[in-house]
Ligand binder design. Structure first.
Ligand code: BG6
Length: 513
């Protein structure tokens, strides 16, 4: 029997692009997991809207495969699926045809009549971005956005291609929906380890007093992927790493690390504090772009004994593509807390291994009282927040090596999610869709955040576009990216930390080499 929550308001979840890849891979598995956790309302319907001719049974069959493959509970819960599948309906229609919206409106009204209750109407844009500006207009015209309390629209990135297109899209959305009805997804914000940054910083008195320019030397944010462009060249070649990852995921991580403490856990209070960070970012003058950034594109290489092709040889990528698959930047937050502390961001595809982590590197002690021979292996104290695939936090500090002499050696103290909580972290989409259903916008991006992030990056986009990179491809697949990336930090006497791994179960502290 499907388990549902009687406390939640009835909901109709309309997915535009209901027969597409995102629905199959992410949305339906997440909704199914939510149903297994009693986190969907007792009265619940999913209406998949798409252009293709597809019977309801065929759609359900296909969605089931996705659920088995991608959801946490999909494999085990065969009985649950049959119950869940009854909630799925299919509406075939043209996204730009008035008739589709009339039919949708009627279907919603029928469901409400059957349930004898008004329902939340959640409209999810799982379509190509070219439709983001169209569908909201039709929804508004059909009166489907009119109930400000119950109608909601969920929109996936890319939210714009640059500042102008983002402003235009936000204007279109604002015509039909109030800001409180618009949920812009950045799936990084749904990750447990990302949400834990707020808990770590603001639920403990230990770290906040040293979380500032007086003690922090610099911060690095690494989001490295081992995979290449996969089957997404059509989208990716027009985007590149800066638009695809930095504009959203990496800047959101930076905001969480750099923001001031929130006064309450209200969605807008947290989002205000985050947008303050973006507003405080030091603009990058056009003539300093090359000095403050590095871009790269992967070439052929090796990983795990397998030869990998270069980006330009990938299916769908033009052989002379200038798109960057790697981006690194040096940024500054001009405020009292962070003045002159560099924030180094890097992300790329086909790097040595998948790892996302944030390292807070502390300054040296003001006076070094130990003899020189005690500090030969000296390394700065550091807090590393491991986002994925390892999930945890490592605190590195100096300890006395056992023995007759005072010899200092860096050691790690670690918190490992798996060991501490003994329960797997929910998928980001499960958290985010659950939040849409309960109307909690804390983990979603507001229009001003999106616009401020684009504004910051526009000089980089402009300069990169105007100067064709002569050295692409400039890093081999399976490496840590272009050599020039080191230069970004070396100028300041800094270095990228070697990505960290948590020690195995049972090990709570280990010496580092
Ligand atoms: C997406 C990007 O937003 O994030 C992809 O479009 C990228 O290019 C993906 O691969 C990474 O997400 P995750 O959760 O696998 O780190």
């Amino acid at each position: 029997m499907i388990k549902t929550n009687d406390q939640l308001e009835p909901a109709i979840f309309v997915i535009f692009g209901g027969a597409g890849d995102l629905t199959w891979r992410k949305l339906m598995p997440a909704l199914f997991d939510l149903s297994q956790n009693r986190s969907i309302p007792a009265h619940f319907a999913i209406i998949a809207v798409d252009r293709v001719k597809l019977g309801e049974d065929a759609l359900r069959k296909r969605l089931r495969q996705g659920v088995v493959q991608f959801s946490r509970s999909g494999k085990a819960a065969a009985k649950g699926w049959n119950e869940f599948a009854k909630h799925i309906h299919y509406l075939q229609g043209d996204f730009k045809g008035k008739a589709t919206y009339t039919a949708l409106s009627e279907q919603c009204a029928e469901l409400e009549k059957e349930w004898d209750a008004k329902a939340q109407r959640i409209f999810y844009m799982a379509t190509p971005p070219s439709l983001f500006g169209e569908i909201p207009r039709f929804l508004a015209q059909a009166g489907l956005a009119a109930d400000r309390e119950r109608a909601r629209i969920v929109i996936e990135k890319p939210i714009g291609y640059d500042l102008d297109s983002a402003l235009a899209l936000n204007r279109v959305l604002a015509k039909g929906f109030e800001e409180s009805q618009i949920f812009r997804i950045d799936h990084y914000l749904g990750k447990e380890t990302v949400q834990n940054i707020l808990a770590f910083r603001f639920a403990n008195p230990l770290f906040e007093p040293i979380w500032n320019r007086r003690y922090v030397d610099y911060v690095t944010i690494t989001v490295a992927e081992a995979v290449g462009v996969e089957h997404r060249a059509g989208y990716y070649d027009g985007a590149g790493a800066l638009r695809d990852m930095v504009q959203n995921h990496l800047l959101q991580l930076l905001c969480l690390v750099a923001m001031e403490p929130m006064v309450s856990f209200e969605a807008d209070e947290i989002r205000n504090k985050k947008v303050d960070v973006l507003h405080a970012m030091r603009p990058i003058p056009h003539d300093l772009v090359h000095h403050s950034t590095v871009r790269g594109q992967y070439g052929k290489g090796w990983s795990g004994g397998k030869e990998l092709c270069g980006y330009r040889e990938e299916e769908g990528v033009p052989p002379d593509s200038q798109t960057e698959t790697y981006a690194a930047l040096r940024l500054f937050v001009d405020n009292w807390r962070w003045q002159d502390v560099p924030f180094y961001l890097r992300t790329g595809k086909r790097l040595t291994r998948e790892v996302s982590e944030i390292a807070i590197q502390f300054r040296a002690v003001p006076h070094q009282s130990f003899p020189t021979e005690a500090t030969l292996d000296w390394q700065p104290s550091r807090i590393v927040i491991l986002i994925q695939p390892d999930e945890g936090i490592i605190l590195r500090f100096q300890a006395k090596h056992p023995g007759p002499k005072m010899i200092l050696q860096p050691v790690d103290m670690q918190f490992n999610y798996r060991e501490s909580f003994n329960t797997p972290s929910p998928e980001a989409y499960v958290t985010l869709l659950g939040d849409v259903i309960i109307n909690d916008a804390t983990l979603f991006m507001r229009s001003d955040q999106v616009e401020a992030a684009w504004r910051l990056l526009m000089p980089v986009l402009d300069v990169w576009k105007a100067s064709v990179p002569s050295d692409f491809p400039n890093y081999a697949s399976g490496t840590w990216g272009p050599v020039a990336t080191q230069g970004l930090l070396v100028q300041q006497g800094h270095s990228w930390p070697t990505p960290t791994e948590l020690a195995g179960p049972g090990a709570s502290s280990k010496a580092t080499g």
